[in-house]
Design a protein around this ligand. Structure first.
Ligand code: S3P
Length: 445
């Protein structure tokens, strides 16, 4: 789909309080992983609550192209019959991951351990993102890349290893995508593949690998890191996966309810894995009322109902070591910070520059065009909160779903409406965002 051919502008304005209950779609990270591990397992995997957004649907298509049987069996319910570890078949055409860095990079890892050749491609946003960080460890394991553009950018041809070798790899940045690519390639290698990270990134791959029967040990490393050791060539068996609601998507109605006066909403089944909840912690430090109901869990992933009430927020300093646990949430945190009293300083945001867009710059632009004072200082972002936001700006989406949703949330409480140039990319992660927010009382035109 070429979104930019049909740009869909939308305007958000301040209205009455938000109220009601919502279950945001299934977690994107877990949805990708359930399809990929299902495709590498023997027997049937049944997934419920899968995110049926474009990013995940592209991963489903690529799993089919690599020989797995992937079927939709009902609303958000999918069945996968896999090929077994290292059993992927030679795909007939290029694998197109659209907008999704996660789908693309995780599948690169899975393909790297199979004796096949695959061409990886994506949209203009994905083609602009660096892939070297993934190719470096995969080449150490025996995969080879054809000629690539600068930084290993897509499109690129990956030749999987006939005899993959296990490695010990220290990730250069806290990235679950790099870690997961190495572990997925390591499934096919004889012996133990080890990933060491200085700052722990989301651990969904580790939890799900265990759930599918892999032998994996994760231990603490230093103050904030982890060491993960995976024994290769396991027999993965099909499993049941219940995908909890995505905390990164819940972040949008949550922040909206905090900033729109008089609001009170409940968000159901939100995943509360501590490696994903840095935003909730930060908002609570800012004075937000976010109450967690009883926690239940599935396949090691806890989830809870969140009750959120409009709150007076104050500026805080967010330490750099918290970044991996809220890396996708800084845009919407910056919106909350603009409505707070006092300055919020977010430190160590270098990785934001290589997301679906340069999110550090995009966040600053989004706020500035709506009258908020903001500064980028090295890798830090400073937002001056004045308790209200003038609004009135047109925000450029840059093919980035989270910019569109953050800007629309801002418009729900700003003095003048906020316009977004193209909302089509919201479908990559949160296809029902607009109707769901409207059902809570949001005014979008
Ligand atoms: C993801 C990891 C993060 C995150 C992305 C999803 C994952 O990327 O930004 O949206 O599912 O592994 P990095 O690992 O590159 O930080």
């Amino acid at each position: 789909m070429t979104h930019s051919e049909h740009p869909t502008q939308l305007e958000a304005r301040a209205g009455g309080p938000l109220s009601g209950k919502a279950r945001v779609p299934g977690d994107k990270s877990i949805s990708h992983r359930a399809l990929i591990l299902g495709a590498l397992a023997v027997g049937e995997t049944r997934i419920s609550g899968l995110l049926e957004g474009e990013d995940v649907l592209n991963t489903a298509k690529s799993m089919r192209a690599l020989g797995a049987k992937v079927e939709r069996s009902g609303d958000f319910a999918w069945k996968v019959n896999g090929t077994g570890v290292a059993g992927f078949a030679q795909p007939q055409g290029p694998l197109d991951f659209g907008n999704s860095g996660t789908g693309c990079r995780l599948v690169m890892g899975a393909v790297a351990g199979c004796p096949i050749t695959a061409v990886f491609d994506g949209d203009a946003s994905l083609r602009s993102r660096p892939m070297r960080r993934i190719l470096d460890p995969l080449e150490l394991m025996g995969a080879k890349t054809g000629e690539t553009r600068e930084g290993g950018r897509l499109p690129l041809t990956l030749h999987g290893a006939r005899d993959p070798v296990p490695i010990t790899y220290k990730t250069p940045v806290a990235s679950a995508q790099i870690k997961s690519a190495v572990l997925l390639a390591g499934l096919a290698a004889p012996g133990v593949t080890t990933v060491i990270e200085q700052e722990a990134s989301r651990d969904h791959t580790e939890l799900m690998l265990k759930h599918f029967g892999a032998d994996l040990v994760s231990t603490r490393e230093g103050a904030h890191g982890r060491k993960i050791a995976l024994t290769g060539q396991p027999e993965l068996h099909g499993a049941k996966v219940l995908v909890p609601a995505d905390p990164s998507s819940a972040a949008f109605p949550l922040v909206a309810a905090l900033i729109v006066e008089g609001s009170e909403i409940a968000l159901l089944d939100v995943m509360t894995n501590p490696l994903r909840t840095g935003l909730f912690k930060t908002l609570r430090e800012m004075g937000a009322f976010i109450e967690e109901g009883e926690t239940r869990g599935d396949a090691g992933e806890p989830m809870a109902q969140l009750r959120v009430r409009a709150s007076k927020l104050r500026g805080v300093e967010v330490p750099p070591e918290r970044a991996p646990s809220m890396i996708d949430e800084y845009l919407v945190l910056a919106v909350a910070a603009a409505f707070a009293e006092g300055t919020t300083i977010m430190r160590g945001l270098k990785e934001l520059r290589v997301k679906e867009s340069d999110r550090l710059k995009a966040t600053a632009d989004m706020l500035r065009v709506n009258g908020v004072k903001v500064e980028i200082s090295g890798d830090d972002l400073l937002v001056e909160g004045r308790g209200h936001v003038p609004g009135g700006g047109l925000v450029k989406t840059h093919m980035d779903h989270r910019i569109a949703m953050s800007a629309l949330v801002m418009g729900l409480a700003s003095d003048k409406p906020v316009k977004v140039d193209d909302t089509a990319f919201i479908a990559t992660s949160f296809p029902d965002f607009i109707p769901m927010m409207r059902a809570l009382g949001a005014e979008f035109f």
